[in-house]
Write a new protein. Sequence first.
Length: 204
Amino acid sequence: MVIAPNYRGSTGYGKEFQQANLFDMGGGDLQDVLAAADFIKQTGFLDPKKIVLMGASYGGYLTMMGVTKAPEVWAAGVPIVPFVNWLTEIQNEDPVLQQSDLATMGNPQKNKALFEDRSPIFFVDQIKAPLLLLAGGNDPRCPQEEAQQVVDAVKKRAGTVELKIYENEGHGFARVENQIDAYQRVSGFLKAHVPPADCNCSLN
């Protein structure tokens, strides 16, 4: 079962909904993701201990927020081209994108407490789920240093984490061979850490 929640901040539901997470990134939208996980549990169709959180870009950020802020929910996490630290993200990203982030989160000096609370890197010690991170070597939006921060912090506390950097990619993977490799890695990682039930079926 796969559920892709349109958490607040998404388009398609009017301007008020689209702006509902301004200056609240990683707040209400994370609650929407957690509500989706609760919905999956309530169906009774799957093992509630085998729910995986996966996303790319801002979805990668929310994946990291989920595994740090609600660590007991997830059996594994797969953040793809994520950012994990609002302070270093704004410092290192492309200047045009930097202005966009300042417009959605405010001034990092004036709102430092909010920036830190919404930066999952400061809550890595809460992570229980094994992680697979995928990043692009030339990413102007979420530099590979963001993913590397997670790997270094998780390894320091002897957690389970894997990282693959595609050196010839940017924000997302455009080359077919990299797309194939990435999803094969995800499949292998999940089969290893969240094995399917013995149902006489195969997972390809």
